[in-house]
Design a protein around this ligand. Structure first.
Ligand code: DGT
Ligand code: CA
Ligand code: CA
Ligand code: ZN
Length: 504
């Protein structure tokens, strides 16, 4: 039975799932629905580019621009997965498939192996004998993760998982495992460039081997390295395969050495239950000293503010927190835990805490947590010029699939950061990965030091740092580009240099 409340306006039928699209108001939805006859989210996506959005009366050009932006983000978020989510599922599949006795080797390929921020589908390469392929197909079909097999050929199974993720499983024998690994790691552009290089040497790269382009005779293919050797170029690590100049560097034998996770000496952005984290300082210290034994130090950086908001450490409490850190360090026998803070960058380009307070900390990160649409260049530069701020947190402000980065003149910001000795963060939270690979490279080229942090709120978050390291590697960073590969003495030196630079 339908009833209408007296005097209230008719309630429009909501578009299916439309409540989920961030950045489009109910009023805008109604206008679009009434005037364009659009009735589902699916029908909204073409409006990004078909010009019909512009014909809707009552929408200003700015509104149209914002709606288009929101739809683009929505479309991307719903067609690609965050790398972290795909990584967890990919690793689970590797363990499951690797346990089948006929499987000789199994690895991730595609964008997941290259370490992209977002992943379209999971690609897996399995080595086993040709005789065992049918058996493997049956076993994969019966895995608890599998919903169904979409396609199965002699070299390839396409699987849909119960979570609706798609997985391409390619099959190879030992003879051409390396060739398949190279081919299915991609990217497509990289494969085309490699093809050109091979052609110039009378060779051709195929998933079943590097072959002579005239006779088709097999030349190499067991290992990726064998193929690079035959092409007379340096091996190119998967994270660098989307880099424009990498083939030239490989031909000239100057592929840069890249930073590794084991080189990290500490995590420099950690939240505890003093602000918005879930864990106590003691349990974090106990966990990290066992699970990440190569860390020499960790920096506790709760949100600190003079306001009394929830989930923020009030300035009156920083001394109590410091005393707790001292107690735990004393029990551990050395200064493992450093006293840091993450502070907000104010709207007026100022810090939200006075210098007298900032000076109390071993490490201060300044981050933008408000005003995400204006140009934030001057806010970031102002932070670089403060002698007590050491690092800019999640500098671009993007949230993958949710919010685009705010406008910033990066050239100016990185120039000032380098001149003032201010570090830039790679915040490794899966939705952030901020700075991204390209900006990291741009910063490092200017001489800006990069800090890779988990920004953890829970014990399981500390592993995010591994994704942050991939981003650094995609940005071609080596150990010296990353500040937290240094021991604490080097961090103190970095801070002292900043003081010196600002005195000049
Ligand atoms: P994604 O899935 O969108 O995150 O990105 P990828 O790179 O994983 O792309 P995907 O899954 O379509 O294919 C995996 C790799 O297989 C790709 O990076 C390179 C290789 N590949 C796929 N299609 C082609 C093609 O048409 N030509 C060449 N040369 N390689 C291809
Ligand atoms: Ca893929
Ligand atoms: Ca694929
Ligand atoms: Zn933050």
């Amino acid at each position: 039975m339908k009833t209408h409340l007296k005097n209230s306006p008719p309630i429009p039928t909501p578009l299916a799932g439309l409540g989920n699209i961030r950045g489009i108001t109910g009023r805008e939805v109604n206008a679009i629905q009434e005037q364009l006859g659009v009735n589902s989210t699916r029908e909204l996506i073409p409006l990004i580019s078909n010009g019909r959005l512009e014909t809707v009366e009552g929408l200003t050009p700015l509104q149209v621009k914002n709606i288009r932006q929101a739809l683009k983000l929505y479309k991307n978020a719903n067609s690609r997965y965050l790398r972290w989510d795909a990584h967890l599922i990919g690793e689970e599949l590797l363990r499951a498939i690797g346990r089948f006795p006929e499987v000789e080797k199994v690895l991730l390929t595609g964008s997941l192996r290259r370490g992209k921020d977002t992943i379209g589908d999971i690609d897996i390469l399995v080595q086993l004998s040709e005789a065992d392929r049918r058996k493997l197909l049956y076993k994969i079909a019966r895995m608890p993760q599998t919903e169904g097999i979409i396609a199965a050929g002699p070299h390839h199974f396409c699987v849909v998982l119960r979570n609706q993720m798609q997985v391409d499983i390619r099959l190879a024998t030992n003879k051409y495992f390396g060739a398949s690994l190279l081919y299915y790691t991609g990217s497509v552009k990289y494969n085309t460039d490699m093809d050109e290089l091979a052609a110039s040497k009378g060779l051709k790269i195929t998933p079943t081997g590097l072959v002579d382009s005239h006779t088709g005779e097999y030349v190499a293919g067991e290992k990726e390295e064998d193929i690079y050797r035959k092409l007379q170029i340096d091996f190119i690590t998967p994270e660098l395969r989307e880099n424009h100049d990498i083939l030239n560097a490989a031909a000239g034998h100057h592929v840069p050495p890249l930073v590794t996770f084991n080189q990290l000496k500490g995590d420099m952005q950690i939240h505890t239950n003093w602000s918005d984290g879930a864990e106590s300082i003691a349990s974090i210290a106990q966990y990290l000293s066992h699970a990440f034994p190569h860390y020499h130090y960790i920096v506790i950086t709760d949100h600190v503010s003079a306001s009394r908001d929830n989930h923020i450490l009030h300035t009156e409490d920083i001394f109590r927190q410091a005393a707790e850190i001292d107690r735990i360090n004393a029990a551990m026998g050395y200064d493992y835990i450093k006293k840091g803070a993450e502070i907000d960058i104010g709207k007026d380009d100022n810090t939200t805490l006075p210098d007298e307070i900032l000076q109390q900390f071993d490490w201060v990160i300044a981050s933008i947590h408000s005003d995400f649409s204006s140009d934030n260049t001057s806010r970031l530069i102002k932070m670089c010029e403060n002698p007590y701020i050491h690092c800019i947190g999640h500098p671009s402000g993007r949230l993958i699939g949710i919010r685009n980065p705010y406008p910033v003149n990066w050239d100016e910001v990185f120039t000032r950061a380098a001149a003032t000795g201010t570090a830039m963060e790679i915040n490794a939270r899966p939705k952030r990965l901020d700075l991204n690979d390209t900006l990291v490279r741009q910063a490092a080229d200017k001489g800006v030091k990069i800090v890779v942090n988990s920004d953890a709120r829970n014990l399981t978050d500390f592993d995010f740092v591994k994704m942050g390291i991939s981003t650094a590697r995609r940005g071609a960073c080596n150990k010296t580009d990353i500040l937290n590969t240094g021991c604490w003495d080097e961090i103190e030196k970095f801070k002292a240099t900043k003081q010196q630079l600002l005195k000049k």
